[in-house]
Structures are given as C-alpha cells and as structure tokens.
Design a protein around this ligand. Structure first.
Ligand code: ADP
Ligand code: MG
Ligand code: MG
Length: 523
C-alpha cells in the first residue's frame, strides 16, 4: 500500500487536523442527508429498537474516471435497455440457456418453474418494468482506455438512492471544504457530473405506476417494495420511495395525493397479499394495522428474491409465484430476472466460429437487428467470456480454467447475484475439482478486466483506509415495455454509480468485517 503523497491526485492531507475536519464534515453531512446504512451488529452492538444509522462508506475525494469512458457508458445505456427488454421477451432463447445451466443450478431451475406455471394459466399483465444497471471497469490496453462490461443487472440494482447523495456530498466538499486544504491539487479541475439516479429510478417506477391505471375494484393503487428482512441498505431504498411519493400521483386531482408505497418483507408476501380470481387476478395488499384497508398493487419492485437465501422454504416459491401470476407490473418479471444471468452475457459475447465466417455474435444479431452502429457500440463494451460446457468453445475454456497458470487471468461466475459468489484465479481449478464435470456448464469463465491503478482514502465505520483502489462504474437504465406487442413505452438512461473498491480483495466491494459482509464504497 502506498501512501497518498503530494502533487498527484488525491491531495495530501497536510496535517491531522485537516483530515479530522474533513472526516467530521462527511460524518455529519452524511447523516443529515441520508447517506447512511443501518449498522452491522458488530459495529452497533444490540439495537433492539432499530434506531441506529451509520455513515455509508465513502471516499474522502471523488475518484477520477476517464470522461470519454463515462460518456460512452452513459450513451450506450438505452441500447442495453432495449437489448435486455428484447431478450426477456424471447422465451425460446431463455429456455435454451436455462436448460444449459439448470442441471447444476437448482435456483435457476426453480425460477424457470415459476415462469412455466404462470405461462400455463396465462399471464394477465402485458407490461414489464426494468430498473437495470450495467456495470463497467476501464480496461487499459497500452494508451487506449475502453470500458468493459462486468455484468448487467436486471434485478434489485441497488445504490441508486445513495449514489445521488454521494455525488451531492462530493459537490458540497468541493465547494466548501477542499478549497480550505493546503494542497494545491485539492480543488483544481474537479469536474463533478450531476447524478440523477434517485430521480431517474423513481421516474421509472412512476411510469409503470401510471401505466397500470385505476383499480377496477375501486381500491387505491399502490407500489410495493419487496425487501429482505433486516435489510441494512434501507435508506438507499427509502430515497427512491420518497422521490416516488413526491412525483407520481394516481390521478390528476386538485390536491395531488402521494403515491402509497409499502415495504413488504419477502417472507410476508403470502400473509399480506391476496390475488383476486382469474381473469383479472389483481394483487391486493392488506394493511397490517387495519385489514379492512385494501390497496391494489400496481407495481411490485423487487429488492429481494434474487438469490436462494430468500427462498428457504417451498412457501417462499409460492410467494414468488403469487406475485408473478398477478396483474401487478413486476420489476422484474421472472423472465427479465433470468435475462440477467451471466450465461446470457456470455452467449451474447460468444462470436461465431471462423467456419461460419466470423462477424458479430449470432445472439447479439438476433436481438439487435439491422443496426450496425448499435451492434458495434455494444460489442466494444464486451470482454471475452467463455462457456464451460462441452461445446468446442467450452472444452477450450475448460483447459484454461484448469491450467494452474492460465487460470490466473480469469474469474469464474455462477448464475448468482448480490456479490461474493465468484471464483477468482487459482480458486477456479480448485472449485471445479469439487464438482462433477456435468455441472461445469452452469458457470461461465470471464477474462479479468485490469483497470488503471488509482489511490484514494476511504472512510468506513469511522476509520480511514488509504491505498490503491479500483473503480467500477454502473449506469442505471429504466425501461417499460409491452411483452405482447414489443412496444417500448419508456427507455431512459437514469444516472450512475461509481463504486471505489480497495484493490486488495478480489471483489473489493465486499469485505468481511467481524463476521458481517458490508458493501464498500461509493463515490
Ligand atoms: P454480482 O452479480 O454478484 O455483483 P459481478 O459479476 O458483478 O457479480 O462480480 C462481482 C465483483 O467481482 C465485481 O463488482 C467486480 O469487482 C469483480 N469482477 C467481476 N467480473 C470481473 C472481471 N471480469 N474483471 C475484474 N473484476 C471482476
Ligand atoms: Mg449482479
Ligand atoms: Mg456486480
């Protein structure tokens, strides 16, 4: 770990008092503006009344990110939204991919089963909403810097609420605090782009809410945020909720009423919601404190349900089925969730073999028809991703994955979300050795992206950590489309997230602190 020395960015803190002052300002500004998370038990001790909040980890200074790369990531987002809206409407394509991984992946198999059950009785909602986030790192190839996509998230794309606040924090510091530092580089040349992630994501939810229309049953309509019990990242979600409440109104009335938004733990779906009979199958939300109060759910926004941990019992799968078969607009639907499989990303990036004449990957051509510029723009952001199945490409990749030297250039990923699931470098052959070869195909093998080295100071749990960091940019996108006609009703780029992670741990953003996984840094 190198120290932060003068001259270069970020600026040196010339004495302890400068650092103390900056830290105090960040601590107070963060709590005053909801840049906060609930504390892990290891930090807070017992908090039986659930009243404590602590600062979300942030960097003391904004991490620089190449402007051209930033602009490119933002400008390609609408093409990505459209691509994934198209994929989620192609059941045949998804079915083939699910079949390839389901043998070694019960979770994906169970999700698919929810879809097929609903399909049998018929879907009653045509509209689907995606709040997406496409993640990138900058790849340095000689002098050339190019964004390369890490992954595309189609479910529970988080941190939009805190990211907007972090951008405001750094803007505040740039205006009031950095100029007071002695280092000359402290406040020069900071170009801090505005960040509309909270507004953009809330506008996506509002678009779906408004598109749902009025309740035929005469109930007020509402939005439900499906959340995990004991969620620590609650303020990130609350920012979206408050923004949504202040923008969307059920009908234009002389005195607009805020949109009702309810947070519903995933484990409580079956006790707090019911579905009206076919053919309409409206999803009804029953207020716990007064069960005579019933709301019709227009939109279900999932911030849970993306991993096996949320489905400990068969009834949890019944709960997901209940939501999926209802008339509520789901964000995401099961098919949209499955479109975010890493295997889909691999298939999109796998080129035609030389015998077929080369050219763009056939899967990409399937979804981006007759638009060479768009295809080329998307292709530029792909890095090499290989299957690990028994196809010729898969067999070649298996050789790389099991080679003790060559494996060091790769990360192996299962079809999972939420961090902490990947295998890096030499852990790849070690993990494959524990699995029957028939199940290797449920993983993909991806080249590691190596961003240029940077330094920054991270404030986490009240302590400063200095050293090498890497940046991961996420661009949010919101898309509302009709699954039966393919019509796109909304397609917007919706703000960004720049995560700054310590360069020592493989996933950086996830660090084990006294037994609790905490999310790392935003800037
Ligand atoms: P998840 O859906 O669990 O977030 P990701 O694919 O985003 O899975 O992987 C988690 C983290 O692993 C990323 O945030 C990044 O830090 C690291 N990572 C993933 N793929 C790569 C890659 N190809 N090169 C470098 N780092 C990667
Ligand atoms: Mg993900
Ligand atoms: Mg990720």
């Amino acid at each position: 770990m190198s120290s932060l020395t003068g001259g270069s960015y970020p600026p040196t803190l010339d004495n302890e008092l400068e650092g103390d002052r900056l830290v105090q300002v960040i601590k107070d500004w963060s709590i005053a503006h909801g840049l906060a998370v609930r504390p892990p038990p290891a930090v807070a001790g017992d908090d039986p009344r659930g009243i404590l909040a602590i600062n979300a980890p942030v960097t003391l200074f904004p991490s620089p990110f190449p402007k051209s790369c930033f602009e490119e990531a933002k400008s390609i987002q609408k093409a990505y939204n459209e691509l994934y809206a198209n994929i989620s409407q192609d059941e045949e394509f998804l079915s083939e991919i699910v079949q390839e991984v389901a043998g070694g992946d019960e979770f994906i198999a169970s999700l698919w089963e929810v879809h097929t059950r609903v399909k049998k009785e018929g879907y009653v909602q045509n509209l689907a909403l995606g709040l997406f986030r496409s993640d990138y790192m900058v790849h340095q190839d000689g002098d050339k810097l190019q964004i390369k996509q890490v992954e595309f998230n189609t479910i529970a794309s988080s941190f939009g609420g805190l990211s907007a606040q972090t951008s405001l924090l750094h803007r505040h510091l740039a205006q009031t605090e950095y100029p007071l530092l002695q280092s000359p580089s402290a406040h020069s040349g900071l170009d801090l782009p505005t960040n509309e992630s909270t507004k953009g994501l809330a506008a996506g939810l509002a678009a779906a809410f408004n598109a749902y229309g009025k309740s035929e049953l005469g109930h007020p309509t509402c939005v439900v945020f499906l959340v995990q019990g004991g969620e620590r990242n609650v303020f990130d979600q609350r920012h979206l909720e408050y923004e949504l409440q202040s923008t969307a109104t059920p009908t234009p009335t002389p005195t607009p009423t805020p949109t009702p938004v309810f947070r519903l733990p995933f484990a409580d779906i079956l006790t707090r919601t019911t579905v009206a009979p076919t053919p309409k199958r409206q999803l009804l939300y029953h207020l716990q404190s007064d069960t005579t109060k019933v709301f019709e759910v227009a939109v279900v926004y999932l911030r849970a349900g993306y991993g096996p941990g949320d489905y400990p019992t068969p009834s949890a799968w019944e709960a997901r089925y209940q939501v999926e078969r209802s008339a509520a607009i789901t964000c995401p639907s099961v098919l949209t969730q499955l479109s975010g499989m890493k295997k889909v990303q691999q298939v999109l990036a796998t080129p035609e073999t030389a015998e077929n004449g080369g050219g763009p990957p056939p899967a990409l051509r399937r979804f981006v028809e007759n638009d060479d510029a768009k295809t080329a723009g998307l292709l530029r952001t792909f890095t090499n991703i290989f299957p690990l199945d028994d196809s010729p490409a898969g067999l070649a990749a298996r050789k790389l994955a099991t080679d003790p030297e060559k494996c060091k250039r790769y990360v192996m990923k299962p079809q999972r979300e939420g961090g902490g699931n990947n295998f890096y470098r030499t852990a790849i052959p070690a993990h494959l050795a524990t699995l029957p070869e028939a199940h290797w195909g449920s993983f993909i093998l991806m080249e590691l992206i190596t961003p240029p080295p940077l330094e920054n100071v991270i404030l986490r749990n009240g302590q400063l950590e200095k050293g090498g960091v890497i940046c991961e940019l996420g661009v949010y996108g919101t898309c509302l489309w009709d699954q039966t006609t393919g019509e796109v009703l909304r397609n917007e780029e919706s703000g960004y997230l720049l995560r700054t992670k310590g360069d020592q741990s493989e996933e950086g953003g996830w660090r084990r602190v006294m037994g609790v996984w905490i999310r790392s840094v935003w800037c």
